[in-house]
Design a protein around this ligand. Structure first.
Ligand SMILES: [Fe+2]
Length: 493
């Protein structure tokens, strides 16, 4: 690293280097580690020059009068509270993927999906008496309730919708008659491979069920849990460092706001509450992600892209914990669930003790408030297969995922799913916050007590998005106050 680059790194944090310190840095074996250690010292001290005394501390034989008294800035609220971040590793495949890709793993994957979702459905009183498909087809009961995975959805010539419902004992067609308006509206949102409950009666021939009511696993109405401490979480995603369209200045304004250097006094107060930043994937633009990407890359080396991202993150105040998961542009297995971004590509992020590298999706809790953070690639499949959904308003698709209690219900679409022995994409517990990115549009809504947030992007419109008429909303960052569960969208553009 050149002298100017080292000096520049410290200047980015508003600090000048004493020549003797620069000489010492250059001698160190692990340059990156030394720089990040010294940056931490600088931030703690609030000094504007990094002197040899600061680096080595005051020696013990110095007289007290020589000790310089520095004015400390007022501590912000997030510093007053210990971190309470819990990552549920049970659902994280990082370092323990069980996917073998053979027939047995697919069988195991789908039976796990069926078991988990049918258990949720069975807890409803209308489905307590649900029987197996085999039992239905034996024809002993005219009125039946059953639970199954949708293996096919089709519309008959008469306009009726036929769902093929499958459970471990067999398959039965379930007919939703076109005159059942309410149900027809609901069944339009049904996709292949999701698990549903049905109440109805057996047809005269005894080989199909006429539906009277269909049930999604659904989330119950509830009051969200809140944090006792006045802390907040910033939700971001799709930074796309390395792209010519990455808005570095906008991202730096976000960083400066978190450092208390920007904004009105109310905005600064909110910044001071931010104790966590969740990065929901697509940290970098990656390399070779789509044809002709090269022309839109300012940085063509993936490691270099991550190094730049890590430098931006290193500038966040020290009391902030950062949770980082991969997206489809990142250096991780593409099949979902994704393990964390690989260390060899992003060593600087792994060296930062405040950064938590996790898989996608991530199931976490902060001060008792549960957060599911998922990059959101399955939004592509949802939008492509369900009428009425669009890229303009991703929150509606996210609400449907809550209803289906699954983050990627469509199998065999654009999202490659790894057949893990267990389906980790089922929403076994409805979260307080559901966070996604991927579509580059910030949107906040709520659904039955779950806060639904899409965190937008820091990348301006790409050529591909222009052709697809997708209008991104860069630089709008949702900040959720965990005590009030109120969301503020901060604009940095
Ligand atoms: Fe993205």
């Amino acid at each position: 690293m050149k002298d100017t680059e080292i000096v520049e790194r410290f200047l980015e944090s508003g600090v000048n280097l004493h020549p003797q310190v620069l000489a010492e840095i250059k001698k160190s074996e692990n340059l990156e580690e030394t720089i990040s250690r010294l940056l931490t010292i600088v931030r703690r001290s609030n000094a504007s020059v990094l002197t040899p005394e600061l680096v080595h501390g005051e020696s013990s034989d110095q007289k007290p009068e020589k000790v310089e008294v520095r004015r400390r800035r007022k501590r912000v609220e997030a510093e007053e509270h210990e971190s309470e971040l819990l990552i549920k590793r049970k659902n994280d495949v990082t370092g323990r993927s069980m996917s073998q890709g053979n027939i047995e793993s697919f069988v195991s994957y789908f039976s796990s999906r069926y078991e988990k979702l049918s258990a949720i459905l069975k807890s409803r009183k209308e489905l307590r008496e649900a029987v197996s498909v085999e039992h239905v087809l034996q024809g002993r009961q005219r009125e039946v309730s059953l639970i199954g995975m949708v293996s096919d959805v089709r519309t008959s010539r008469r306009g009726n919708v036929i769902l093929e419902l499958e459970d471990p004992t067999g398959t039965v067609p379930v007919v939703v008659l076109s005159e059942e308006r309410e149900m027809m509206r609901e069944v339009r949102e049904v996709t292949r491979d999701e698990v549903l409950g049905v109440r109805g009666f057996l047809s005269n021939g005894g080989n199909m069920v006429i539906a009277k009511e269909i049930f999604f696993p659904e989330v119950p109405h509830r009051e969200p849990k809140r944090s006792d401490a006045p802390v907040a979480v910033a939700l971001i995603s799709d930074v796309h460092v390395g792209s010519t369209k990455f808005l570095k200045e906008v991202f730096l304004r976000f960083v400066r706001w978190l450092r208390g250097e920007l904004g009105t006094s109310r905005q600064k107060q909110l910044a001071g509450r931010v104790k966590y930043v969740f990065v929901g994937g697509d940290l970098v633009d990656g390399v070779g992600i789509y044809p002709e990407q090269k022309e839109e890359l300012a940085v063509k080396d993936i490691q270099e892209q991550y190094a730049l991202f890590a430098r931006l993150i290193a500038r966040l105040p020290e009391h902030i914990e950062v949770v980082v998961l991969p997206g489809n542009h990142d250096a991780a297995r593409q099949a979902e669930p994704q393990p964390a971004i690989e260390e060899e590509f992003a060593p600087q992020l792994y060296q930062n003790p405040r950064v938590h590298m996790v898989g996608n999706p991530c199931f976490a809790s902060v001060h008792g408030v549960s957060v599911v953070s998922y990059h959101g690639r399955s939004l592509d499949d949802m939008i492509a297969s369900i009428p009425g959904l669009s890229y303009t308003s991703p929150a509606r698709a996210m609400q449907l995922m809550l209803r289906k209690r699954h983050l990627s219900p469509v199998y065999g679409g654009r999202v490659p799913l790894a057949p893990e022995l267990e389906d980790h994409l089922v929403l076994e517990e409805p979260p307080e916050i559901l966070h996604m990115g991927h579509v580059h549009r910030t949107e906040v809504s709520s659904y039955r007590g779950t806060l639904v947030v899409n965190s937008g992007t820091f990348q301006e419109q790409t050529e591909f998005q222009r052709r697809m008429n997708i209008q991104p909303t860069p630089g709008r960052v949702p900040i959720v106050d965990l005590q009030s569960m109120r969301t503020t969208i901060m604009r940095f553009v």
